[in-house]
Design a protein. Structure first.
Length: 451
Protein backbone atom coordinates (compact mmCIF):
# COMPACT_ATOMS: atom_id res chain seq x y z
CA UNK A 1 0.00 0.00 0.00
CA UNK A 2 1.35 3.42 -1.01
CA UNK A 3 -1.60 5.64 -0.20
CA UNK A 4 -1.06 9.38 -0.59
CA UNK A 5 -3.43 12.27 0.07
CA UNK A 6 -2.77 15.87 -0.87
CA UNK A 7 -5.34 18.48 0.07
CA UNK A 8 -6.40 21.67 1.75
CA UNK A 9 -9.26 22.42 4.13
CA UNK A 10 -10.73 25.02 6.45
CA UNK A 11 -8.00 24.06 8.93
CA UNK A 12 -5.14 25.05 6.64
CA UNK A 13 -6.51 27.60 4.16
CA UNK A 14 -8.57 30.79 4.46
CA UNK A 15 -12.08 30.68 3.05
CA UNK A 16 -11.04 33.03 0.23
CA UNK A 17 -8.55 30.41 -1.04
CA UNK A 18 -10.96 27.49 -0.58
CA UNK A 19 -13.57 29.44 -2.48
CA UNK A 20 -11.29 30.00 -5.46
CA UNK A 21 -10.01 26.42 -5.40
CA UNK A 22 -13.44 24.76 -5.45
CA UNK A 23 -13.88 21.99 -8.02
CA UNK A 24 -17.12 21.61 -10.01
CA UNK A 25 -18.06 18.03 -10.91
CA UNK A 26 -16.78 18.19 -14.48
CA UNK A 27 -13.44 19.54 -13.20
CA UNK A 28 -13.23 16.69 -10.68
CA UNK A 29 -13.69 14.19 -13.50
CA UNK A 30 -10.85 15.74 -15.50
CA UNK A 31 -8.65 15.84 -12.39
CA UNK A 32 -9.18 12.11 -11.79
CA UNK A 33 -8.47 11.25 -15.40
CA UNK A 34 -5.30 13.33 -15.44
CA UNK A 35 -4.19 11.81 -12.13
CA UNK A 36 -4.26 8.32 -13.61
CA UNK A 37 -2.49 9.55 -16.73
CA UNK A 38 0.34 10.80 -14.50
CA UNK A 39 3.03 8.19 -13.95
CA UNK A 40 3.12 7.92 -10.13
CA UNK A 41 -0.62 7.20 -9.64
CA UNK A 42 -2.48 3.94 -10.34
CA UNK A 43 -5.72 4.85 -8.51
CA UNK A 44 -7.33 8.19 -7.63
CA UNK A 45 -10.37 9.66 -5.85
CA UNK A 46 -11.44 13.23 -5.05
CA UNK A 47 -13.19 14.30 -1.86
CA UNK A 48 -14.48 17.83 -2.53
CA UNK A 49 -16.83 19.51 -0.05
CA UNK A 50 -17.65 23.08 0.87
CA UNK A 51 -14.64 23.24 3.18
CA UNK A 52 -12.12 20.71 1.85
CA UNK A 53 -10.53 19.51 -1.38
CA UNK A 54 -8.53 16.29 -1.16
CA UNK A 55 -6.97 14.09 -3.84
CA UNK A 56 -6.32 10.46 -2.79
CA UNK A 57 -4.06 8.23 -4.87
CA UNK A 58 -2.16 4.96 -4.83
CA UNK A 59 1.35 5.94 -5.90
CA UNK A 60 4.61 4.07 -6.42
CA UNK A 61 6.86 7.04 -5.60
CA UNK A 62 6.26 9.39 -2.68
CA UNK A 63 8.11 12.55 -3.72
CA UNK A 64 7.07 12.27 -7.37
CA UNK A 65 3.50 11.62 -6.26
CA UNK A 66 3.39 14.69 -4.01
CA UNK A 67 4.80 16.90 -6.77
CA UNK A 68 2.43 15.55 -9.43
CA UNK A 69 -0.74 15.65 -7.31
CA UNK A 70 0.03 19.15 -6.04
CA UNK A 71 0.58 20.37 -9.58
CA UNK A 72 -2.65 18.78 -10.79
CA UNK A 73 -4.64 20.33 -7.92
CA UNK A 74 -3.23 23.74 -8.80
CA UNK A 75 -3.95 23.32 -12.52
CA UNK A 76 -7.54 22.22 -12.07
CA UNK A 77 -8.42 24.56 -9.20
CA UNK A 78 -7.13 27.60 -11.04
CA UNK A 79 -5.04 28.70 -8.05
CA UNK A 80 -1.34 29.00 -8.86
CA UNK A 81 0.94 26.34 -7.41
CA UNK A 82 3.10 28.86 -5.55
CA UNK A 83 0.02 30.37 -3.92
CA UNK A 84 -1.61 27.01 -3.19
CA UNK A 85 1.42 25.16 -1.77
CA UNK A 86 1.55 26.87 1.67
CA UNK A 87 -1.99 25.67 2.38
CA UNK A 88 -1.55 22.06 1.25
CA UNK A 89 -1.17 19.13 3.63
CA UNK A 90 0.27 15.72 2.76
CA UNK A 91 -0.45 12.37 4.45
CA UNK A 92 1.12 9.07 3.46
CA UNK A 93 0.21 5.42 4.08
CA UNK A 94 -1.07 4.88 7.67
CA UNK A 95 -1.27 8.64 8.28
CA UNK A 96 -3.43 9.00 5.17
CA UNK A 97 -5.74 6.23 6.42
CA UNK A 98 -5.91 7.91 9.83
CA UNK A 99 -6.81 11.21 8.19
CA UNK A 100 -9.71 9.84 6.14
CA UNK A 101 -11.09 7.85 9.07
CA UNK A 102 -10.96 11.02 11.21
CA UNK A 103 -12.73 12.94 8.46
CA UNK A 104 -15.42 10.24 8.23
CA UNK A 105 -16.06 10.44 11.97
CA UNK A 106 -16.49 14.21 11.84
CA UNK A 107 -13.33 14.92 13.85
CA UNK A 108 -11.92 17.10 11.08
CA UNK A 109 -15.18 18.87 10.23
CA UNK A 110 -15.83 22.55 10.74
CA UNK A 111 -18.56 21.48 13.16
CA UNK A 112 -17.13 18.50 15.04
CA UNK A 113 -19.25 15.38 14.81
CA UNK A 114 -21.44 16.43 11.87
CA UNK A 115 -22.63 13.48 9.81
CA UNK A 116 -23.06 15.07 6.37
CA UNK A 117 -19.46 14.16 5.51
CA UNK A 118 -20.40 10.47 5.27
CA UNK A 119 -22.69 11.15 2.30
CA UNK A 120 -19.91 13.16 0.66
CA UNK A 121 -17.39 10.33 1.14
CA UNK A 122 -19.92 7.91 -0.34
CA UNK A 123 -20.34 10.22 -3.36
CA UNK A 124 -16.54 10.41 -3.80
CA UNK A 125 -16.30 6.61 -3.82
CA UNK A 126 -19.21 6.24 -6.24
CA UNK A 127 -17.56 8.73 -8.59
CA UNK A 128 -14.25 6.85 -8.48
CA UNK A 129 -16.02 3.57 -9.17
CA UNK A 130 -18.07 5.01 -12.02
CA UNK A 131 -14.94 6.45 -13.67
CA UNK A 132 -12.91 3.30 -12.87
CA UNK A 133 -10.25 5.40 -11.09
CA UNK A 134 -10.80 3.73 -7.72
CA UNK A 135 -9.17 0.30 -7.62
CA UNK A 136 -8.76 -2.21 -4.84
CA UNK A 137 -6.97 0.07 -2.36
CA UNK A 138 -9.32 3.06 -2.60
CA UNK A 139 -12.41 0.85 -2.72
CA UNK A 140 -11.31 -0.83 0.51
CA UNK A 141 -10.25 2.47 2.09
CA UNK A 142 -13.38 4.48 1.37
CA UNK A 143 -15.78 1.66 2.19
CA UNK A 144 -13.98 1.06 5.48
CA UNK A 145 -14.06 4.80 6.26
CA UNK A 146 -17.85 4.74 5.88
CA UNK A 147 -18.06 1.84 8.32
CA UNK A 148 -15.74 3.59 10.77
CA UNK A 149 -17.80 6.78 10.58
CA UNK A 150 -21.04 4.89 11.22
CA UNK A 151 -19.41 3.03 14.11
CA UNK A 152 -18.29 6.30 15.70
CA UNK A 153 -21.80 7.74 15.52
CA UNK A 154 -23.47 4.57 16.82
CA UNK A 155 -21.04 3.72 19.65
CA UNK A 156 -20.29 7.20 20.99
CA UNK A 157 -22.01 10.51 21.61
CA UNK A 158 -19.96 12.32 18.98
CA UNK A 159 -23.24 13.76 17.67
CA UNK A 160 -23.43 15.77 20.89
CA UNK A 161 -20.12 17.44 20.07
CA UNK A 162 -21.65 19.30 17.16
CA UNK A 163 -24.40 19.38 14.59
CA UNK A 164 -24.63 19.32 10.84
CA UNK A 165 -23.43 22.44 9.08
CA UNK A 166 -27.05 23.25 8.26
CA UNK A 167 -28.21 23.07 11.87
CA UNK A 168 -25.20 25.00 13.08
CA UNK A 169 -25.84 27.70 10.48
CA UNK A 170 -29.50 28.01 11.47
CA UNK A 171 -28.48 28.28 15.11
CA UNK A 172 -26.21 31.18 14.18
CA UNK A 173 -29.11 32.87 12.37
CA UNK A 174 -31.35 32.35 15.39
CA UNK A 175 -28.76 34.21 17.48
CA UNK A 176 -29.29 32.31 20.70
CA UNK A 177 -32.97 31.50 20.32
CA UNK A 178 -34.17 27.94 19.86
CA UNK A 179 -34.28 27.18 16.13
CA UNK A 180 -37.79 25.68 16.39
CA UNK A 181 -39.15 28.82 18.05
CA UNK A 182 -37.27 31.13 15.68
CA UNK A 183 -38.48 29.29 12.55
CA UNK A 184 -42.20 29.24 13.45
CA UNK A 185 -44.49 30.87 10.87
CA UNK A 186 -41.58 31.88 8.64
CA UNK A 187 -41.41 31.57 4.87
CA UNK A 188 -38.25 29.90 3.59
CA UNK A 189 -36.56 30.05 0.20
CA UNK A 190 -34.06 27.28 -0.56
CA UNK A 191 -31.88 27.84 -3.62
CA UNK A 192 -30.49 24.58 -4.98
CA UNK A 193 -31.72 20.99 -4.74
CA UNK A 194 -28.52 19.06 -4.02
CA UNK A 195 -27.72 17.09 -0.87
CA UNK A 196 -26.95 20.12 1.31
CA UNK A 197 -29.97 22.11 0.07
CA UNK A 198 -32.21 19.06 0.59
CA UNK A 199 -30.91 18.69 4.14
CA UNK A 200 -31.58 22.39 4.75
CA UNK A 201 -35.13 22.10 3.44
CA UNK A 202 -35.85 19.04 5.60
CA UNK A 203 -34.36 20.75 8.66
CA UNK A 204 -36.47 23.87 8.12
CA UNK A 205 -39.58 21.72 7.63
CA UNK A 206 -38.97 19.92 10.93
CA UNK A 207 -38.31 23.26 12.62
CA UNK A 208 -41.83 24.37 11.73
CA UNK A 209 -41.64 26.93 8.94
CA UNK A 210 -44.96 27.59 7.23
CA UNK A 211 -43.76 27.40 3.63
CA UNK A 212 -40.68 26.31 1.70
CA UNK A 213 -39.99 27.41 -1.87
CA UNK A 214 -37.39 25.43 -3.83
CA UNK A 215 -35.57 27.19 -6.67
CA UNK A 216 -33.28 25.13 -8.87
CA UNK A 217 -31.94 25.20 -12.42
CA UNK A 218 -33.16 21.63 -12.99
CA UNK A 219 -36.92 21.66 -12.49
CA UNK A 220 -37.19 17.88 -12.05
CA UNK A 221 -34.87 17.92 -9.01
CA UNK A 222 -36.80 20.78 -7.41
CA UNK A 223 -40.11 18.96 -8.02
CA UNK A 224 -38.69 15.79 -6.49
CA UNK A 225 -37.60 17.62 -3.36
CA UNK A 226 -41.03 19.23 -3.04
CA UNK A 227 -42.61 15.79 -3.35
CA UNK A 228 -40.41 14.44 -0.54
CA UNK A 229 -41.17 17.41 1.72
CA UNK A 230 -44.93 17.09 1.28
CA UNK A 231 -45.29 13.32 1.58
CA UNK A 232 -48.30 12.21 3.67
CA UNK A 233 -47.45 11.71 7.31
CA UNK A 234 -44.52 14.13 7.13
CA UNK A 235 -44.06 17.55 8.66
CA UNK A 236 -47.14 19.07 7.00
CA UNK A 237 -45.14 21.91 5.53
CA UNK A 238 -46.36 23.63 2.37
CA UNK A 239 -43.76 23.44 -0.40
CA UNK A 240 -43.57 24.44 -4.04
CA UNK A 241 -40.95 24.63 -6.78
CA UNK A 242 -40.04 27.66 -8.91
CA UNK A 243 -37.49 28.27 -11.61
CA UNK A 244 -34.42 30.40 -11.00
CA UNK A 245 -36.01 33.35 -12.81
CA UNK A 246 -38.49 33.70 -9.94
CA UNK A 247 -35.84 34.02 -7.22
CA UNK A 248 -36.04 37.82 -7.04
CA UNK A 249 -39.80 37.77 -6.39
CA UNK A 250 -39.52 34.94 -3.84
CA UNK A 251 -36.63 36.70 -2.11
CA UNK A 252 -38.87 39.71 -1.41
CA UNK A 253 -41.44 37.44 0.27
CA UNK A 254 -39.05 35.16 2.21
CA UNK A 255 -38.01 35.46 5.87
CA UNK A 256 -35.12 33.02 5.65
CA UNK A 257 -33.04 32.01 2.61
CA UNK A 258 -30.65 29.07 2.35
CA UNK A 259 -28.46 28.85 -0.75
CA UNK A 260 -26.14 26.02 -1.76
CA UNK A 261 -25.63 25.60 -5.50
CA UNK A 262 -22.73 24.58 -7.69
CA UNK A 263 -22.68 27.93 -9.45
CA UNK A 264 -19.27 29.42 -10.18
CA UNK A 265 -20.57 33.01 -9.82
CA UNK A 266 -22.83 34.81 -7.36
CA UNK A 267 -26.46 33.71 -7.20
CA UNK A 268 -27.53 36.70 -5.10
CA UNK A 269 -25.73 40.02 -5.43
CA UNK A 270 -25.86 42.80 -2.87
CA UNK A 271 -28.16 44.69 -5.27
CA UNK A 272 -30.54 41.70 -5.43
CA UNK A 273 -30.81 41.58 -1.65
CA UNK A 274 -31.12 45.34 -1.31
CA UNK A 275 -34.02 45.34 -3.77
CA UNK A 276 -35.76 42.62 -1.75
CA UNK A 277 -35.51 44.75 1.39
CA UNK A 278 -37.54 47.59 -0.11
CA UNK A 279 -40.73 48.18 1.89
CA UNK A 280 -40.28 45.24 4.27
CA UNK A 281 -40.27 45.52 8.05
CA UNK A 282 -39.19 42.03 9.09
CA UNK A 283 -35.44 41.21 9.00
CA UNK A 284 -34.11 38.90 6.29
CA UNK A 285 -31.96 35.90 7.35
CA UNK A 286 -29.53 34.47 4.78
CA UNK A 287 -27.54 31.24 5.09
CA UNK A 288 -24.91 30.65 2.39
CA UNK A 289 -23.51 27.10 2.48
CA UNK A 290 -21.94 27.19 -0.98
CA UNK A 291 -18.27 27.11 -1.90
CA UNK A 292 -17.58 29.29 -3.78
CA UNK A 293 -20.12 31.55 -2.12
CA UNK A 294 -23.59 32.06 -3.63
CA UNK A 295 -24.36 35.31 -1.80
CA UNK A 296 -22.29 38.48 -2.14
CA UNK A 297 -20.29 39.12 1.05
CA UNK A 298 -21.15 42.83 0.66
CA UNK A 299 -24.62 41.92 1.98
CA UNK A 300 -23.06 42.08 5.47
CA UNK A 301 -23.13 45.88 5.15
CA UNK A 302 -26.88 46.10 4.49
CA UNK A 303 -29.21 46.97 7.33
CA UNK A 304 -32.05 44.58 8.14
CA UNK A 305 -30.10 41.55 6.94
CA UNK A 306 -28.28 38.82 8.84
CA UNK A 307 -25.90 36.77 6.65
CA UNK A 308 -24.20 33.62 7.85
CA UNK A 309 -21.75 32.07 5.40
CA UNK A 310 -18.92 29.55 5.46
CA UNK A 311 -16.46 32.16 6.71
CA UNK A 312 -18.58 33.22 9.68
CA UNK A 313 -19.39 29.57 10.44
CA UNK A 314 -15.66 28.82 10.60
CA UNK A 315 -15.16 31.61 13.11
CA UNK A 316 -18.13 30.53 15.23
CA UNK A 317 -17.19 26.85 15.26
CA UNK A 318 -13.71 27.62 16.57
CA UNK A 319 -15.29 28.32 19.96
CA UNK A 320 -17.68 25.35 19.91
CA UNK A 321 -17.32 23.05 22.95
CA UNK A 322 -15.65 19.68 22.48
CA UNK A 323 -17.43 16.67 23.95
CA UNK A 324 -15.61 14.02 25.97
CA UNK A 325 -16.83 11.54 23.35
CA UNK A 326 -14.20 12.90 20.96
CA UNK A 327 -11.49 11.00 22.84
CA UNK A 328 -13.47 7.78 22.46
CA UNK A 329 -13.81 8.37 18.73
CA UNK A 330 -10.08 8.99 18.44
CA UNK A 331 -9.48 5.59 20.06
CA UNK A 332 -11.86 3.97 17.56
CA UNK A 333 -10.01 5.63 14.69
CA UNK A 334 -6.61 4.45 15.95
CA UNK A 335 -7.86 0.87 16.35
CA UNK A 336 -9.46 0.87 12.91
CA UNK A 337 -6.31 2.26 11.27
CA UNK A 338 -4.25 -0.57 12.78
CA UNK A 339 -6.81 -3.16 11.67
CA UNK A 340 -6.99 -1.72 8.15
CA UNK A 341 -3.21 -1.72 7.81
CA UNK A 342 -2.98 -5.33 8.98
CA UNK A 343 -5.69 -6.41 6.54
CA UNK A 344 -4.02 -4.63 3.64
CA UNK A 345 -0.63 -6.15 4.42
CA UNK A 346 -2.18 -9.61 4.71
CA UNK A 347 -4.03 -9.10 1.42
CA UNK A 348 -0.76 -8.08 -0.24
CA UNK A 349 0.70 -11.55 0.29
CA UNK A 350 -2.45 -13.49 -0.68
CA UNK A 351 -1.74 -13.55 -4.46
CA UNK A 352 1.74 -14.95 -3.74
CA UNK A 353 0.30 -17.69 -1.50
CA UNK A 354 -2.32 -18.53 -4.16
CA UNK A 355 0.40 -18.70 -6.82
CA UNK A 356 2.47 -20.98 -4.57
CA UNK A 357 -0.43 -23.36 -4.05
CA UNK A 358 -1.18 -23.32 -7.79
CA UNK A 359 2.44 -24.24 -8.49
CA UNK A 360 2.21 -27.08 -5.93
CA UNK A 361 -0.98 -28.34 -7.59
CA UNK A 362 0.78 -28.37 -10.95
CA UNK A 363 3.66 -30.37 -9.44
CA UNK A 364 1.17 -32.90 -8.00
CA UNK A 365 -0.62 -33.25 -11.36
CA UNK A 366 2.68 -33.71 -13.19
CA UNK A 367 3.94 -36.36 -10.78
CA UNK A 368 0.65 -38.28 -10.81
CA UNK A 369 0.72 -38.30 -14.62
CA UNK A 370 4.33 -39.57 -14.55
CA UNK A 371 3.33 -42.29 -12.06
CA UNK A 372 0.50 -43.43 -14.32
CA UNK A 373 2.99 -43.82 -17.14
CA UNK A 374 5.29 -45.94 -15.01
CA UNK A 375 2.52 -48.02 -13.38
CA UNK A 376 -0.15 -48.48 -16.05
CA UNK A 377 -1.68 -51.47 -14.24
CA UNK A 378 -3.09 -49.33 -11.40
CA UNK A 379 -6.87 -49.46 -11.36
CA UNK A 380 -9.06 -46.35 -11.00
CA UNK A 381 -9.50 -46.74 -7.23
CA UNK A 382 -5.76 -47.15 -6.63
CA UNK A 383 -4.93 -44.20 -8.87
CA UNK A 384 -7.44 -41.98 -7.03
CA UNK A 385 -6.03 -43.01 -3.62
CA UNK A 386 -2.44 -42.24 -4.69
CA UNK A 387 -3.54 -38.83 -6.01
CA UNK A 388 -5.36 -37.98 -2.75
CA UNK A 389 -2.35 -39.07 -0.70
CA UNK A 390 0.10 -36.93 -2.64
CA UNK A 391 -2.22 -33.94 -2.42
CA UNK A 392 -2.64 -34.38 1.35
CA UNK A 393 1.12 -34.50 1.82
CA UNK A 394 1.60 -31.29 -0.17
CA UNK A 395 -1.30 -29.53 1.60
CA UNK A 396 0.08 -30.46 5.03
CA UNK A 397 3.56 -29.30 4.12
CA UNK A 398 2.26 -25.95 2.86
CA UNK A 399 -0.40 -25.33 5.52
CA UNK A 400 1.71 -24.20 8.46
CA UNK A 401 4.13 -21.95 6.51
CA UNK A 402 1.37 -20.26 4.47
CA UNK A 403 -0.77 -19.58 7.55
CA UNK A 404 2.27 -18.30 9.43
CA UNK A 405 3.46 -16.10 6.57
CA UNK A 406 0.02 -14.44 6.40
CA UNK A 407 0.20 -13.72 10.12
CA UNK A 408 3.70 -12.29 9.81
CA UNK A 409 2.78 -10.25 6.74
CA UNK A 410 -0.09 -8.54 8.63
CA UNK A 411 2.36 -7.12 11.17
CA UNK A 412 4.21 -3.82 10.64
CA UNK A 413 7.19 -4.35 8.37
CA UNK A 414 5.70 -7.57 6.98
CA UNK A 415 5.60 -6.46 3.35
CA UNK A 416 8.88 -8.27 2.57
CA UNK A 417 7.47 -11.75 3.16
CA UNK A 418 5.77 -11.85 -0.23
CA UNK A 419 9.10 -11.09 -1.91
CA UNK A 420 10.79 -13.81 0.18
CA UNK A 421 8.21 -16.41 -0.88
CA UNK A 422 8.57 -15.52 -4.54
CA UNK A 423 12.34 -15.77 -4.28
CA UNK A 424 12.46 -19.02 -2.28
CA UNK A 425 10.02 -20.89 -4.51
CA UNK A 426 11.06 -19.20 -7.78
CA UNK A 427 7.50 -18.10 -8.49
CA UNK A 428 6.79 -16.45 -11.82
CA UNK A 429 6.04 -12.74 -11.15
CA UNK A 430 3.56 -12.71 -14.05
CA UNK A 431 1.60 -15.53 -12.44
CA UNK A 432 1.39 -13.61 -9.16
CA UNK A 433 0.33 -10.46 -11.05
CA UNK A 434 -2.39 -12.43 -12.87
CA UNK A 435 -3.79 -13.59 -9.51
CA UNK A 436 -3.76 -9.98 -8.25
CA UNK A 437 -5.65 -8.72 -11.30
CA UNK A 438 -8.29 -11.43 -11.02
CA UNK A 439 -8.73 -10.69 -7.33
CA UNK A 440 -9.01 -6.96 -8.06
CA UNK A 441 -11.74 -7.51 -10.63
CA UNK A 442 -13.74 -9.52 -8.11
CA UNK A 443 -13.23 -6.83 -5.47
CA UNK A 444 -14.37 -4.07 -7.82
CA UNK A 445 -17.56 -5.90 -8.58
CA UNK A 446 -18.36 -6.52 -4.92
CA UNK A 447 -17.39 -2.98 -4.01
CA UNK A 448 -19.74 -1.40 -6.50
CA UNK A 449 -22.57 -3.53 -5.20
CA UNK A 450 -22.12 -2.29 -1.64
CA UNK A 451 -22.23 1.43 -2.32
Amino acid sequence: MSLLVVGLSHRTAPVSVLERASLPTDTQVKLLQDSLAAEPATEAAVLATCNRIELYADVDKFHAGVAELSTLLAQHSGVGLEELTPYLYVHYEDRAVHHLFSVACGLDSMVVGEGQILAQIKDALAQGQELHTAGRLLNDLFQQSLRVGKRAHSETGIDRAGQSLVTFGLEQLAAGAAVDAWAKRKRALVIGAGSMSSLAAATLARAGVDEIVIANRTAARADRLVQILTEPGGTGVTARAVDMGAVADELARADVVVSCTGATGLVLTAADVEAALYGRKAPLALLDLAMPRDIDAAVHRLGGVRLVDIESLAEASADAPMAADVDQVRTIVSDEVAAFGAAQRAAHITPTVVALRAMAADVVSSEVARLEGRLPDLDEKQRAEVTRTVRRVVDKLLHAPTVRVKQLASEPGGAGYADALRELFDLDPQTVAAVSRADLNDTDGVGRGRV
